[in-house]
Design a protein around this ligand. Structure first.
Ligand code: TYD
Length: 137
């Protein structure tokens, strides 16, 4: 089973400005179908959690910083993202939320699937219930 993990990206050091890149299947374990950004976030803001049944994500802090809290069968972990040369891989069936956005931070998310509201699990009890060791098992 795939785990949430930080992935370091190639970093081309250049006095004109550094450059990093990400390629499907070389750096992240899925093909990118969609890219979305979260921006103009008021400092200190949080976004409530959800999980995806099938979608996988790779999250990069393009500017500023924020935390991503991820809960899976293995437990809960908080990842602090603050640079463009690494990101956080999140498998499907992981409960994830954001908090502590710095003012003017920009979050870029690479997603494995097109937007599909039916792929979301928005209720934490439904999520826990769908886990192999969830309360309803
Ligand atoms: P959502 O994924 O629910 O973000 P959060 O849980 O952090 O609030 O997305 C917020 C809104 O944006 C929701 O109305 C759906 C819409 N949306 C799209 O239309 N396409 C997308 O790719 C994403 C990620 C969201």
């Amino acid at each position: 089973m795939l785990e949430p993990k930080l992935i370091e990206l190639p970093k081309i050091i250049d006095e004109r400005g550094n450059l990093s890149f990400v390629e499907s299947h070389s750096h992240i374990p899925f093909s990118i179908s969609r890219v979305y950004t979260i921006y103009d976030v008021p400092g200190g803001e949080h976004r409530p959690g959800h999980a995806y049944k099938h979608n996988e994500e790779f999250i990069i802090a393009l500017s500023g910083s924020f935390n991503v809290v991820v809960r899976t069968l293995q437990g809960e972990k908080t990842f602090h993202l603050n640079r463009s040369y690494y990101g956080l891989y999140i498998p499907s069936m992981a409960w994830r939320s954001f908090n502590n956005f710095s003012t003017n931070s920009v979050c870029m998310v690479l997603a494995s699937l097109p937007y599909d509201p039916s792929d979301y699990i928005r209720n934490e009890y439904d999520f826990l219930d769908s886990m192999p060791l969830g309360p309803g098992s």
